[in-house]
Write a protein that binds this ligand. Structure first.
Ligand SMILES: [Zn+2]
Length: 264
């Protein structure tokens, strides 16, 4: 599933293509990935100019002129592809005054929505994982009585993290995923905060992790998956201490960690 670094990479690869372009047509063929009525969505989009494209947590937000937003969540297998050829998994086609943007999604867990205002579900998210201050991160964490793995996945705590980067950040910070958020000592909170920023920034530099079929809008794969230290390395030796990486379930999510390096 694309997380903050993958979505950021898609946005950065899209921006030079779509910024300033006008939407000439928008076609949708799969109600599952479209929130709202297809015809009404097309009417809302046609004629609008794309002022900018940005990332909001794991959402891709196109700001339109004179008004409105086009919001895309890639779900698990969603892709926004620039000037590709439509295929059987193409569920939306945006024809611009220069070029075409396709939305492909084989598993159809993604969502597209056109709206006058940013939807409530987007607005109520917490601060971005790369923008939140250490003070706010510390304050918010103090109020959380659930396990760190679940806290960090919660988009109303900070937005943008998913399974991969939570596991990787916890490993780098030396913190066990089952630790209760509110009990983490201040110095370890700072370690976790720094580890989160570090892993996200390194992953953006590597254009994200291509775990299944993730690619950016130009079809390029990311390379950060080769640098994962715990995620999907179950049974392989820890790169720090040599102990086998373990997998457990926390908040119903597969969680990878080193039982020696990560302490409660
Ligand atoms: Zn270890």
């Amino acid at each position: 599933m694309p997380e903050l670094p993958e979505v950021e990479t898609v946005v950065r690869s899209l921006a030079p293509h779509v910024t300033g372009r006008r939407i000439l047509n928008a076609e949708f063929n799969q109600p599952r990935v479209l929130r709202g009525d297809a015809e009404a969505t097309t009417r809302m989009l046609v004629g609008k100019k794309i002022e900018s494209v940005g990332r909001y947590g794991k959402f891709i937000v196109f700001t339109l002129r004179p008004a409105g937003f086009l919001i895309v969540h890639l779900g698990m297998t969603g892709k926004l592809l620039w000037n590709g050829a439509p295929e059987k998994h193409t569920h939306a086609i945006f024809t611009l005054d220069r070029g075409t943007l396709l939305y492909n999604d084989s598993r159809q867990f993604g969502r597209i929505e056109a709206a006058r205002e940013l939807p409530e579900g987007v607005q109520k998210l917490g601060p971005d994982a790369l923008a939140v201050s250490l003070d706010d991160f510390t304050d918010f964490l103090r109020k959380r009585k659930s396990r760190l793995k679940a806290v960090l996945l919660d988009q109303t705590f900070v937005r943008g993290l998913g399974n991969i980067y939570v596991d990787e950040a916890l490993f780098r910070a030396g913190v066990h995923p089952m630790t209760i958020g509110a009990t983490l000592r201040k110095d370890r909170v700072k370690k976790l905060y720094d580890a989160m920023r570090e892993v996200l920034n390194e992953a953006i530099e590597r254009r994200g992790s291509s775990i299944s079929d993730y690619v950016d809008s130009d079809g390029t794969r990311g390379s950060f998956q080769a640098l994962h230290r715990v995620y999907r390395r179950t049974g392989e030796p820890c790169l720090t201490c040599g102990r086998a990486i373990e997998r457990t379930l926390v908040a119903q999510r597969g969680t990878h960690y080193c039982p020696k390096c990560q302490k409660r």
